[in-house]
Design a protein around this ligand. Structure first.
Ligand code: ZN
Length: 204
């Protein structure tokens, strides 16, 4: 009797699907706040385990905005010492959530003193786009398509999964000074639907 599973692709763990947006220093220890690790070699710490970050000594932190904000406040209050963070902070933004604002970027910079990169992910943490190292917008990940549909920024994975962002943007295909070849997403702003614009106009 034939084995039904023969030839089926091995179930891919989530961490194996994503590659970091750019090459990471090989020795850097990466800690993620809550959730399933988005990359290989990332260790996740649930909220009640954050004190253990001190002994883990991460150089790079990954997390959603709310978790990073809470951790930064704990660091600033002196509850957790994370002087080990010397590489970067990656903020995970799920499609449909508002992008990271300047207030959080400043808080993270003041708390950790390292560059902050935003990573746009699907609801199940598949990486779609990430801040450029030269701060020239978000580069889409290889294999991901970015398009504007009715002015809304929409991203489609290689597997055909479509994510709506609720934002409008510009998409640039020219070469980038950082050396990455994928298109960039620039000038991301919350999309206002025509009805909403009319309502604002009426109020003004
Ligand atoms: Zn770039």
């Amino acid at each position: 009797m034939k084995q039904l599973s023969f030839g089926l692709p091995r179930r891919t763990r989530r961490a194996e699907r994503n590659r970091p947006p750019f090459g990471l220093r090989p020795d850097v220890r990466v800690a993620q706040l809550s959730g399933t690790p988005v990359f290989d070699k990332v260790v996740a710490f649930a909220r009640d385990e954050w004190q253990a970050l001190e002994s883990f000594q991460p150089g790079l932190l990954i997390g959603h905005a709310a978790d990073l904000k809470q951790l930064a406040e704990s660091v600033r209050a002196g509850f957790i010492d994370l002087a080990s963070v010397d590489y970067a902070v990656f903020v995970l933004t799920a499609c449909g959530e508002p992008p990271v604002d300047d207030i959080l970027r400043v808080l993270l910079w003041q708390s950790f003193g390292v560059p902050v990169y935003e990573l746009l992910v699907t609801e199940d943490k598949e990486l779609l786009a990430a801040d450029c190292e030269a701060q020239e917008g978000w580069h889409v990940q290889p294999g991901v398509d970015a398009m504007l549909l009715d002015n809304e920024l929409v991203l489609r994975t290689a597997a055909g999964k479509v994510s709506h962002t609720g934002q409008t943007a510009e998409i640039a295909a020219e070469a980038c000074q950082c050396g990455r070849k994928t298109p960039r997403i620039l000038k991301v702003e919350r999309l206002r639907r025509p009805a909403e614009i009319r309502r604002f106009a009426a109020i003004a």
